[in-house]
Design a protein around this ligand. Structure first.
Ligand code: FAD
Length: 629
């Protein structure tokens, strides 16, 4: 007989990655009783897998770096579609958040004079990523978890109970947000191990559920990333921003098939690795777009000079933003110049000494040796694009993380706006810290203003329980594994890295048909640790998110960042001003166009007029004062 647990908190944070932990720490520090709920084991989140580092303009390696240069790089990388306020807060606050992490015990790699070392990454003008070898996320999560334990120890001393103020519910999946009228009242879920249900009563819920990669066949994402937070937000009445922007990381493993999609960190290129096609040509020089031409090297000699003398050389084109590199690799393969297993070659072996490769990239060395029997100190890796990150997400207020539903907040990858149409590597880890903290604060302030606690109704709990139990009770119905595979194939083939209108329409049709089949999905077995049942419930999220991506991809008739339309290959200045906002109307995704807030004049002044002219409309350009003289 299954049971339903009930818990009452001030703030429930769904997700225990960097954003969730930072939000929970902040809410607790503000004196709020906080629960952290995580679908996977505590400590197992995408954040832990992050390799390259966290971007913050500390200026330790190049003193010319500043928040203004970081903001400029971020907006360039996002192709001018970033929420300006978020990009500004991120660039300004990232250094303090990294130093705070160090204060809490993070051991970053050091410069020769003992400061936090910073490494180069695509799209960042200066060496900017604070890192720990290629295991930065692990150190970030270790430090944040240690901070949670530290707070719990303080609570044990004060209240006699380490979980009095902050408690972790690991291996607990939230399937529904609960509301009282238009306000959030809590969340409903199940314990993965026992299958028992759990109700959290809380006036404030923070979504920090990460990405959506599991809707695509080839992905760097692991099993948890089924877009639950995006779908929970939609079903609760919140809105999603620009879901068409999905980042395909240029370098995932392509061989053997069992590991296809696993990430090969951008640090390989940041530390000198180059991309070659089957003819041995360093092909990225052929793919520098006009908007970036003035910033990137034109010859191999110039590119190589940049690693030792960045002030007198332009950057290598291998370090263009990810969308550009992914498209270039895709094209090389399409035109028959790919590697034997359908990728291209990433070569660090001929660029650094073996012991240096092992020192700087220990995880990559281990990953290729164990999974592909390739020694990256002696031979090149085979790599190709993999679905990695979603720039689209819950529409939030930049300062507080508040979504449009009172009591609902979102931070990290599940939120939208910060990265525009394409995220720069390293900007996610710093985003988690900056906006995780702001979200925790936002939730605490929201509670300050509440006069009465919203109530969770028995009817809402019963309805959530019925929905969760349904796949188990069916005697007929399809396997969740088959349906999952069909969603992934559809998204990969028809809404992938290069998109075409008729193909997206085909995807929308296929997803519509899948909706009815998923509504009747059957999970064999019982409630105790049943991955088939868990997947059956995740399908609901994956379907909704895929529909939002496909609908938005069809609507946006231009190519920008992570969204490439073969039938609309150019960037459109009109679309540059336009956010696509998705909401759920009945069981359909409804889209609305909304004007993007303009960049403030002092932020516009960070860019050359000639560069702005490549993005802005004539009307916008006319309002920018001409340079004096
Ligand atoms: P995550 O860390 O993804 O955590 C999400 C949490 O939500 C997990 O605890 C999960 O269990 C939980 N969850 C999900 N759904 C539910 C549910 N329904 N109920 C309860 N809990 C739920 N970014 C960088 O800036 N630098 C890098 O070097 C870098 N390297 C990367 C390498 C890899 C292999 C990958 C996959 C990503 C990398 N990224 C990097 C991206 C970055 O790691 C992620 O964008 C970021 O960690 C997301 O953090 P988050 O806190 O938003 O969510």
């Amino acid at each position: 007989m299954s049971e339903t647990q009930r818990h009452s908190y001030d703030v429930v944070v769904i997700g225990a990655g960097g954003a969730g932990l930072r939000a929970a720490i902040e809410a607790r520090q503000q004196g709020r009783r906080t629960a952290i709920v995580s679908k996977s084991l505590f400590g197992k989140a995408h954040t832990v897998m992050a390799e390259g580092g966290a971007a913050a303009a500390l200026g330790n390696v190049n003193p010319q770096d500043s928040w203004q240069v970081h903001l400029r790089d971020t907006i360039r990388g996002g192709k001018f579609l970033n929420d300006p306020r978020m990009a500004e807060l991120h660039a300004k606050e990232a250094p303090d958040r990294i130093l705070e992490l160090e204060y809490w015990g993070a051991l970053f790699d050091r410069t020769a004079d003992g400061r936090i070392s910073q490494r180069n990454f695509g799209g960042h003008e200066y060496a900017r990523l604070a890192h720990v070898g290629d295991r930065t996320g692990l150190e970030m999560i270790r430090t944040l978890q240690q901070r949670v334990v530290q707070l719990q120890q303080a609570d044990a001393a004060e209240f006699g109970d380490p979980e009095a103020m902050i408690r972790v519910f690991a291996e607990t999946t939230v399937t529904e947000l609960l509301k009282d009228g238009d306000r959030i009242a809590g969340a409903f879920g199940y314990l993965r191990e026992s299958g028992d249900f759990v109700v959290f009563e809380a006036p404030a819920v923070v979504l920090a559920t990460g990405g959506i990669g599991k809707s695509f066949k080839v992905t760097s994402n692991s099993w948890e990333y089924t877009g639950d937070g995006h779908a929970l937000a939609l079903r609760a009445g919140a809105t999603l921003l620009n879901m068409e922007f999905v980042q395909f990381h240029p370098t995932g493993m392509v061989w053997p098939p069992s590991v296809k999609g696993i990430l090969v960190t951008e640090s390989v290129r940041g530390d000198g690795g180059v991309l070659r096609n089957a003819e041995g040509k360093r092909f990225m020089f052929d793919y520098v777009p006009d908007v970036f031409r003035s910033q990137y090297a034109a010859t191999e000699e110039e590119a190589d000079g940049w690693y030792t003398d960045p002030d007198r050389h332009r950057r290598p084109p291998e370090l263009l933003p990810r969308d550009e590199v992914a498209r270039a690799i895709n094209n090389e393969v399409k035109e028959g110049r790919g590697s034997p297993h359908g990728g291209v070659f990433l070569d660090i072996a001929s660029r650094l000494a073996p012991d240096e490769i092992i020192r700087r990239l220990p995880s990559m060395h281990h990953q290729f040796r164990e999974l592909a029997d390739v020694d990256i100190t002696a031979e090149p890796m085979e790599v190709g694009p993999t679905c990695h990150y979603v720039m689209g997400g819950v529409e939030v207020d930049a300062d507080t993380g508040a979504a449009v539903v009172p009591g609902l907040f979102a931070a990290g990858e599940v939120s939208g706006g910060m990265h525009g149409s394409n995220r720069l590597g390293g900007n996610s880890l710093s985003d988690l810290l900056v906006f995780g903290r702001r979200c925790g604060l936002g939730a605490a302030r929201y509670l300050d203003g509440l006069t009465a606690r919203p109530a969770v109704s028995d009817a809402a709990v019963a309805a959530a329980a019925r929905t969760a139990e349904a796949p188990l009770g069916r005697t007929a119905g399809e396997s969740p594994y088959v349906l999952h595979q069909e969603i992934q194939q559809t998204m990969n083939d028809l809404v992938g890295i290069i998109r075409r209108g008729p193909e997206i329409e085909q995807a929308i049709e296929a997803l519509d048909k899948l909706r009815d089949r998923i509504a009747g999905v059957r999970a064999a077995g019982g409630r105790v640790y049943n991955p088939g049942w868990h997947l059956a419930l995740d399908l609901r999220s994956m379907l909704l998110v895929s529909q939002a991506v496909a609908r938005s991809a069809l609507e946006r008739e231009e190519s920008r960042g992570g969204h490439t339309r073969d039938d609309f290959p150019a960037m459109s200045p009109q679309w540059r001003r336009t956010n696509l906002v998705a909401r759920l109307a009945g069981d359909r995704i409804e889209l609305r166009r909304q004007e993007l807030p303009a960049l403030r004049p002092d932020l516009l002044a960070l860019f050359d007029r000639a560069e702005l002219a490549k993005y802005l409309t004539e009307e916008e350009m006319a309002q920018i004062p001409a340079p004096a003289g």
